[in-house]
Design a protein around this ligand. Structure first.
Ligand SMILES: [Zn+2]
Ligand SMILES: [Zn+2]
Length: 236
């Protein structure tokens, strides 16, 4: 059980590909985002031993190419495996994109998550619902034994806003924040501390300066994240 990063700007293992974008596999059953390019996504998933036929849900954080670029290739691979997935998208996704999903033989259902309405995906995994005003985005929340694990694509609505929202909506502490935080050189360490965030695993678009600040502030609670890293969140 864990969060396996399969697409990121950085790779931490030889033989895995890195490219601008983000995707991770949650507990081997959910694919969160698809990176920017299908062949890179599938190549990394294969190299990391992800069994496509076990994936039951695809969750797309927001409609940017570096998160949705691998969708067609992934669905084609699911179809070839004779399987289907449920797809969760923010309701504001373009109608063309949603129509394409609905038309796929590999999609059993397109679930449009509504603004500020948490929605169960499967097991202990939930969507926050659609957040933000400009670029709308959903984050994924896992209810772990020691708190919440919050996974973000780019965190365009603001990583601090997303974490504050998750904490309130799911009424639990933040054990781990993981994914792209889109900060550039912004310092969120104090805001994270105030929210009681225990551990961080930033990657993708977080920004080098912001990542270095988080690393310095969180020390041993900073978890390196890159393609090939599987974070066993229940063991944190
Ligand atoms: Zn984005
Ligand atoms: Zn991005």
């Amino acid at each position: 059980m864990g969060i396996l990063t399969v697409y990121d700007n950085k790779s931490c293992k030889h033989g895995l590909k890195s490219a601008w974008g983000f995707a991770c596999v949650v507990d081997r059953r959910i694919l969160f985002d698809t990176g920017g390019e299908g062949s890179t996504l599938l190549s990394n998933m294969r190299a990391l031993g992800v069994d496509l036929s076990r994936i039951e849900a695809l969750v797309l954080s927001h409609e940017h190419w570096d998160h949705t670029g691998g969708v067609s290739a992934f669905l084609e691979a699911v179809r070839e495996a004779g399987k289907e997935v449920r797809v969760f998208v923010p309701c504001s996704f373009s109608s063309g994109f949603k129509q394409k999903l609905s038309a796929s033989d590999a999609v059993s259902e397109v679930v449009e998550v509504q603004p500020h309405s948490p929605e169960k995906i499967l097991g202990n995994a939930f969507s926050t619902g659609e957040l933000g005003t400009w670029t709308k985005e959903q984050a994924l929340v896992l209810r772990a034994r020691k708190g919440l694990v919050v996974v973000t694509g780019c965190a365009h609505p603001g990583i601090v806003n997303i974490l504050r929202y998750a904490k309130e909506a799911f009424n639990d502490e933040i054990l781990l924040a993981l994914g792209g935080f889109h900060l550039g050189s912004k310092d969120v360490t104090h805001a994270f501390r105030r929210l009681g965030v225990r551990k961080v695993a930033p990657c993708h678009c977080t920004g080098e300066v912001a990542t270095a600040l988080l690393k310095q502030a969180f020390g041993a609670d900073f978890v390196e994240n890159c393609v090939g890293r599987e974070i066993e969140y229940e063991a944190l």
